[in-house]
Design a protein. Structure first.
Lengths: 414, 418
């Protein structure tokens, strides 16, 4: 196992024993898992193009030198290839996303493994070192004898990430395609963790990550990002993509975001969105920020009050999507008015033949859209609620306020 | 309704962007600043006034570069240095800066001790109390509100122009000396000169400014506002410096040039304005400046050192999540405070001066890194340095390096340059 920094700078000798140069860079092809080193680049003289040797031409690699199987004359200049990752330039000391640890980290060093393959050896990218061991190695290599260094390092706990959990950050979209960087690993992260990661990156990198995510993941992550940053991210995106993402966001988060944007941008976005979504958001925006209407979400599940449990279950199960924080089903009478709420646990534990009306939570709680947020918070606390419906003056359901919004509200107040 | 909203957003953008430069400018006038400028006036009279214009120009160039890098790359200075120059260089730079910043922290607490001693409070009480307040303030997170209070108290600096005016200086002489350079090759003069550069263009401030700009999330579009903010901040700093030097020149130098040995000496500069209360006024200003900087400086240092070396950092994280950051911060405050408590009182002011000179000596190193970064086309694109900026920045570098070498030679071989 070699550290990248051990290999960089090693002298290279050709098949006849003549020195051909020193290793300046390693170029890696990302297609395989784990990625393999494709080319060794030799340091060129200042101003000249470096020369490159395909890995197959390497005969031996030791801690002090590299020997090739070909003579010096056969070494060609390097043709820059955008599909190859350059380890020193693109990876060393740069930031990457650690999907396993769910954060942004900086690469201190890389470890590479040698593996025999097909009459010669392969160099594979093994792990990324982000901890003290790599840092110490970088610092003391060359200054301290290898044996002593290895001994010191043995005392330190390694902090490494296996390559499979690494997600590269590349600001240039063109290069991203060439390098085949996909962010499917990121989609597995919880939106809140993804939001944390996005918040830690620089402006360009942030745009790059969001551009590469699909609309749904981007929308979920964006809802969890700090409001100020949300605004700056959306303002920097082109309108149609922004509209696509905002459409996928939960309506209350989307309404908050639109409220924070400039007039111009928010009307542009509303224009670009689907009719239905735009209308919904337009309605939400009418409500004062600090009222029940401003807190609520227009996604909820409501079924006719005359149903029995079995019908209710099948009606609910027939939905392909669920609102976030779905924990209560609302009942509507024949006139479409609010007739009570049933918590989901009751729906699971009751016999199928029971009537929904009998499972309603008592008392029937609701708030009007203009109720001040303080009142809403008090109701949640008093009755230990998870959800609270918001009704219009005719007792029809406008939306629902869920407990996660209350928690965020309370934290902001502190 | 629409019109009101638009106005509100405009003002908010301006206020949000106006900030880093003005704040940095005020932090620049810390204990080291006040005392270095006082010394310049007390010991050398008007003869160092000419340095202010070149130093202001250099300050504007440097800070604008740093703000621009922050806006364009969205990353802190330590991050950029790490990414472009690698771990080893970053490590050594951080080490040097850490030592310099420790000196600066000591100087802030020394300033606090000095100021408090005028008010009759012993340093054995003042320094631990100050250290604790500062540490608790930052760790508890109520720093932002306190920042506002500190900034308000910075109106103290207005007392210098008033005092200088009341002292009836020879305005003609002052103006002549502001534009006409006079130069001596002796060690004390050079020491003072480097100290002036170091206290005005302190390396740690560049890191702080870039991080503040990044945190505000200023995009290249809003850059114009932040550029203005930076320039105004720099000019403000040096206007204050001008009046401090002037006031001390008229009140102290005129009656007999001497070193500022204790805060009472420096307070004389405020006599024309405040009479007997001069020392109280001065003590108040000094304590305010010291506490403010003692709150910001160790924090900024901990942030950028962790950033450069790749440790987790952030006030919003718990100790467990960012151990290196919190340890570094606490250590800086502890060692800084301890050093001041254990030091003999007579050494306080010389140490303050020395820390500013160290700043000056380190400045070229940081500048060289900054220049390489700001000229990097890949990094900065269309926003990279113009030739004019490069000329000024490189000149500043070379001049300071030259001054340092001459200083060293003059100290080792006194009289060499006579």
């Amino acid at each position: 196992m070699f550290y990248l920094t051990e290999i960089l700078g090693l002298p290279v000798y050709d098949s006849l024993g003549t020195k051909a140069g020193r290793i300046g860079e390693l170029a890696v092809a990302l297609g395989t898992q784990p990625p393999r080193v494709a080319m060794l680049l030799l340091e060129g003289e200042k101003g000249k193009v470096p020369s490159a040797v395909p890995l197959e031409a390497m005969a031996t690699l030791t801690g002090s030198e590299i020997r090739l199987r070909i003579p010096k004359e056969e070494i060609r200049p390097f043709h820059p290839d955008e599909s190859l990752l350059l380890l020193r330039k693109d990876l060393l000391d740069q930031q990457i996303i650690d999907v396993h640890g769910r954060k942004v980290v900086r690469v201190n060093d890389l470890t590479l493994e040698q593996r025999p393959w097909n009459h010669h050896t392969e160099l594979l990218l093994h792990e990324v070192d982000i901890g003290l061991r790599g840092a110490l190695h970088r610092l003391l290599t060359g200054a301290v004898p290898k044996a002593l260094l290895r001994k010191l390092e043995a005392h330190l706990k390694p902090a490494v990430i296996s390559w499979e959990f690494v997600n590269l950050i590349e600001s240039d979209p063109h290069r991203r395609v060439k390098l085949n960087i996909s962010h499917h690993l990121l989609t597995k992260l919880h939106p809140a963790d993804l939001a944390d990661i996005v918040e830690e990156l620089s402006h360009k990198e942030r745009q790059a990550i969001i551009a590469a995510l699909d609309d749904v993941t981007a929308a979920e992550a964006l809802s969890e990002v700090d409001p100020r940053m949300q605004v700056s991210i959306v303002e920097s995106m082109d309108t149609s993509r922004a509209a696509d993402i905002v459409e996928e966001m939960p309506p209350d988060a989307a309404a908050d975001l639109l409220g924070d944007l400039s007039e111009e941008t928010s009307s542009e976005l509303l224009e670009d969105m689907g009719q239905k979504e735009a209308a919904e958001l337009g309605e939400l925006l009418e409500f004062h920020e600090k009222s029940a209407g401003g807190l609520m979400n227009t996604d909820y599940v409501a079924i006719p009050s005359a149903c029995d449990v079995q019908t209710a279950r099948s009606l609910i199960a027939s939905n392909s999507e669920f609102p976030k924080s779905f924990n209560m089903v609302f009942l509507m009478d024949e006139e479409g008015k609010f007739a009570g709420a049933v918590t989901l646990p009751k729906l699971i534990f009751t016999l199928p033949s029971e009537k929904m009306l009998g499972l309603r939570s008592e008392p029937m709680l609701s708030v009007p859209a203009d109720a001040p947020e303080q009142e809403v918070v008090e109701l949640f606390d008093k009755y230990n609620l998870l959800s609270l419906p918001v009704l219009d003056p005719e007792q029809r359901i406008l939306g629902v306020i869920t407990v996660d919004d209350i928690v965020s509200l309370l934290r902001k107040k502190r | 309704m629409n019109l009101l909203r638009k106005w509100k957003t405009q003002i908010l953008i301006f206020l949000a962007v106006v900030g880093p430069g003005i704040i940095t400018a005020n932090v620049d006038n810390d204990a080291g600043g006040i005392l270095t400028y006082s010394q310049a006036g007390a010991k050398f009279g008007y003869s160092l006034l000419w340095t202010l214009i070149p130093i202001t120009v250099a300050l504007i160039v440097v800070q604008e570069m740093v703000a621009r890098m922050g806006v364009v790359t969205g990353k802190g200075l330590a991050d950029l240095i790490r990414e472009e120059f690698g771990f080893r260089m970053t490590f050594f730079l951080m080490l040097m800066l850490l030592i310099a910043d420790l000196g600066n922290t000591i100087s802030e607490f020394a300033g606090l001790a000095s100021g408090m001693s005028v008010l009759g409070v012993s340093r054995y009480l003042a320094v631990p109390a100050g250290a604790f307040i500062v540490w608790a303030l930052v760790v508890r997170g109520t720093y932002r509100t306190v920042e506002k209070v500190f900034l308000l108290a910075c109106f103290f600096y207005a007392s210098y122009p008033l005092s200088a005016y009341l002292a009836h200086p020879s305005w003609k002489l002052a103006l002549v000396n502001t534009v006409k350079p006079s130069f001596h090759f002796d060690a004390p003069y050079l020491y003072m000169l480097i100290g002036l550069v170091g206290t005005t263009i302190a390396p740690w401030m560049q890191f702080y400014l870039q991080s503040a700009v990044v945190e505000k999330g200023i995009s290249p579009k809003d850059y114009f506002h932040s550029r203005l903010d930076v320039i105004v901040g720099c000019i403000l700093t040096d206007v204050v410096a001008f009046f401090i030097i002037l006031a001390c020149a008229v009140t102290i130098f005129a009656t007999g040039p001497r070193d500022v040995v204790d805060p009472g000496d420096a307070a004389i500069a405020l006599r024309p304005l405040a009479g007997q209360a001069a020392s109280w006024l001065f003590a108040f200003g000094l304590c305010n400046a010291s506490l403010f900087s003692a709150a910001i400086l160790p924090l900024a240092t901990a942030y950028y050192v962790c950033e450069g070396l790749g440790f987790e950092s952030g006030i919003n994280k718990k100790f467990r999540e960012a151990p290196a950051f919190y340890s570094l911060y606490t250590a800086l405050i502890l060692v800084g405070a301890l050093a001041v408590i254990l030091l003999r009182e007579a050494y306080q002011i010389p140490i303050i001066m020395l820390s500013q000179v160290i700043n000056g000596i380190l400045l070229p190193f940081v500048l060289i890194f900054m220049l390489r970064l700001a000229n990097n086309e890949e990094l900065m694109g269309a926003y990279r340095n113009t030739r004019f900026l490069n000329v000024i920045a490189w000149t500043t570098c070379l001049v300071v390096i030259a001054l340092t070498m001459i200083l060293v030679l003059s100290t080792v071989f006194p009289g060499y340059f006579k």
